[in-house]
Design a protein around this ligand. Structure first.
Ligand code: ADE
Length: 234
């Protein structure tokens, strides 16, 4: 899988060299390229923004550097197998299903906007050539797309076969379909007693049926309290 990031702050993506993602890079499972969008400017100030047409506060990212970056990275031929991800608070919510779908992609280009956003013609142009996803990390506004792109990258790449040491943990975590899309139950490790708090007895019982039932009940209760929107059969 090749991942490209178009950004005015390529340093944000240095962190992809550490932890499990860094290992995936070292093992050749993912190939990461962060590009400074200002590479594709031609003026002395390397300008990437301009005032919004129609007026209003803030600045908008000019289309020209994006167009030239696309030409250099992807060429001019349409290719729906290339996924272009545009993190934006106006996007559809980024969910585990999106991460799972994108984990099958061979090529993803993240376009990280700053300021008030990217000139919309860039999105129209990209949509005519590649599979475009405008995705939001959540109902809050970040300063730019970089942090959102990092979070999405981690969610996507950990699903690529060979990246996680223990792939079984994927099926037991929150949002996994094996968990019926519920939140994950609470987990414990040794010691059995810590600062007056004990591990729930059932987990020390060795009775797999009771443990599975307890975990399912905990998942359902937690989901009912925190995320009732995820409960489909009630
Ligand atoms: N850029 C700024 N805010 C964002 C958000 N909530 N999700 C994705 N990209 C963003």
């Amino acid at each position: 899988m090749r991942l490209d990031y178009l950004t005015i702050f390529p340093e944000f993506f240095d962190v992809l060299g550490i932890s499990l993602l860094g290992k995936a890079v070292d093992n050749g499972i993912v190939d990461i390229h962060a590009h400074d969008l200002r590479t594709w400017t031609h003026d002395r100030h390397r300008t990437v923004d301009d005032t919004p047409c129609g007026g209003g506060a803030g600045m908008v990212m000019k289309p020209d550097p994006w167009g030239e970056a696309f030409d250099d990275l992807l060429g001019a031929d349409p290719d729906p197998s290339v996924h272009v991800v545009i993190p934006t608070p106006s996007g559809t919510p980024f969910r585990q299903d999106d991460a799972a779908q994108l984990s099958h992609a061979d090529r993803i280009v993240f376009c990280c906007g700053r300021y008030e956003g990217i000139d919309h013609r860039v999105i129209d142009y990209a949509s005519e050539h590649w599979s475009v996803h405008e995705l939001s990390l959540g109902d809050y506004v970040l300063n730019g797309g970089e942090v959102a792109a990092l979070a999405m990258t981690e969610a996507i790449v950990r699903l690529v076969p060979g990246v996680l040491g223990n792939p079984e943990s994927l099926s037991e975590e929150s949002y996994s379909q094996d968990q019926e899309g519920l939140l994950e139950y609470p987990v414990y490790t040794r010691p059995a007693s810590w600062r007056g708090w004990d591990v729930p007895e059932v987990l020390m019982s060795g009775h797999h049926g009771h443990i599975a039932q307890w975990r399912r009940e905990q998942s359902r209760e937690l989901t009912r309290r925190r995320r009732p929107d995820l409960l489909t059969d009630e």
